[in-house]
Design a protein around this ligand. Structure first.
Ligand SMILES: NC(=O)c1ccc[n+]([C@@H]2O[C@H](COP(=O)([O-])OP(=O)(O)OC[C@H]3O[C@@H](n4cnc5c(N)ncnc54)[C@H](O)[C@@H]3O)[C@@H](O)[C@H]2O)c1
Length: 400
């Protein structure tokens, strides 16, 4: 089959794939977006991002106008496309073990259309050793397709900017795979850092795991200090004042989403379940909603309360609810008998109420995620507001 594309991004309608495909197209490459999600493909092909991504829509529309983007839901269209970038999900199972079957199933469907002239760039986050595993897997199916692993390290929602401003780690199982992936990423990233596949796999997982552990550190201290009857955020201001050594200690909050815990658990599984620091970080971060509910239940009979959760996305200024701890919080509150109202600025759900209605109806409000819009919400004087993020200016209501 005749091919007109330089690159195909498989999983290209996802959170990682779409921004990358759009930036590659912006650099002049002809990019085929391949994804099984028909509605996301249809939305992209009409110039609409399927989710929030800063600067995504403008660049997408430009790439469409320049006819640099093509779309498909059929893997057979990857035939003869020289570079195939894989950005599909790499989840963990209920035992916190990486699930390889999504990758192998996808590769199995690609096999009939793969040749030795193509290069697969694995960009999904994978466990240490996964690139070597995939190389062996391909060879066992009589494919010598070149294989590179070039991890994505951007922050979701700001990918368009960060892909073009952060260094890109590249690695491959052969010098030719390294050369080809390097020459592709040199066109979009300011710097390319070469590593072995094993180093690159660890590098990506360490970036997310370290962040997850940092959040756990502050969350654990928050729970300890608040249980002792002090205000942790006020204490943080005092600790940090004129003391730069503590600047990196972040404030408390839900550390959630599809990557931080999953990637920490990939290292946990790799270390044969002996990665204690990662395990403890998960226990602390995932325990924060329980801490909030326990504390409230000591003061109130929750079965008589209406509790509003303001912010259901997993992080601020995002519409992504994947693994959001606000949902876990809602579940624990309902289990305690409370009536729960949910609201979000960006997440669309017919069961949600507006932030105005939530503020009117709730006896207690918990800010689940610090969307900027909550800075200006007016909370009635009698309403108890739980604001770990310190986003709402609650002091201004104290005198009212
Ligand atoms: N979201 C992030 O900020 C982020 C950042 C860095 C790395 N990662 C990693 O990138 C990978 C993808 O994450 P994501 O957040 O983009 O997930 P996502 O679910 O948003 O995107 C994955 C896409 O792959 C598609 N897909 C699944 N199987 C397919 C198949 N067989 N053929 C074609 N398309 C298929 C899905 O329809 C989906 O659109 C994961 O490994 C993740 O850990 C994510």
């Amino acid at each position: 089959m005749k091919n007109i594309y330089d690159v195909c991004v498989i999983g290209g309608a996802g959170h990682v794939g779409a921004p990358l495909a759009i930036v590659l197209a912006d650099r002049g490459m002809r990019v085929l977006i391949c994804d099984i999600n028909e509605s996301a493909i249809s939305s992209l092909s009409q110039g609409q991002m399927p989710y929030l991504e800063e600067g995504g829509e403008i660049m997408l529309k430009k790439a469409l106008a320049e006819k640099k983007l093509g779309f498909t839901t059929r893997l057979q269209d990857i035939e003869n496309v020289p570079v195939l970038i894989l950005t599909i999900g790499t989840p963990i199972d209920e035992f916190h073990n990486p699930v390889f079957s999504m990758l192998t199933r996808c590769v199995d469907s690609m096999i009939p259309f793969l040749s030795d002239d193509q290069t697969i760039i694995l960009r999904s986050t994978v466990a240490p050793g996964a690139t070597e595993f995939l190389e062996r897997y391909l060879k066992a199916k009589n494919r010598n397709t070149r294989l590179a692993f070039c991890p994505e390290r951007v922050v979701q929602g700001r990918a368009i900017t960060e892909i073009q401003t952060l260094p890109q780690i590249i690695s491959g199982t052969t010098p030719e795979a390294v050369r080809i992936s390097g020459s592709l990423f040199r066109q979009i990233a300011p710097e390319v850092v070469e590593a072995t596949p094993r180093e690159a796999e660890f590098a990506k997982l360490i970036c997310n795991t370290y962040r997850y552990i940092q959040f756990a550190a502050t969350n654990q201290l928050y729970m300890m200090v608040e249980s002792a009857g002090l205000n942790y955020n006020e204490l943080l201001h005092k600790i940090k004042k004129g003391y730069p050594r503590m600047e990196s200690l972040s404030g408390p909050g839900f550390a959630a989403g599809p990557c931080l815990m999953k990637d920490t658990m990939q290292l946990f599984a790799f270390e044969k379940q002996n990665f204690i620091l990662g395990q403890v970080a998960m226990t602390i971060n995932e325990g924060l909603p329980n801490f909030l509910v326990n504390r409230l239940s000591k003061k109130h009979d929750l079965s008589r309360k209406t509790i509003g959760i303001l912010g259901m996305a997993f992080k601020a200024e995002s519409d992504d609810i994947r693994d959001s701890l606000s949902y876990k919080l809602g579940k624990i509150l309902r289990f305690a008998g409370a009536k729960v109202l949910c609201s979000d600025e960006y997440v669309k759900n017919p069961d949600f109420v507006s932030k105005e209605d939530l503020v009117k109806q709730a006896d207690i409000i918990i800010i689940g995620v610090p969307h900027k819009a909550y800075e200006s919400v007016h909370f009635p004087a009698g309403t108890e507001v739980v604001d770990m993020w310190e986003i709402a200016d609650l002091k201004k209501y104290e005198q009212q």
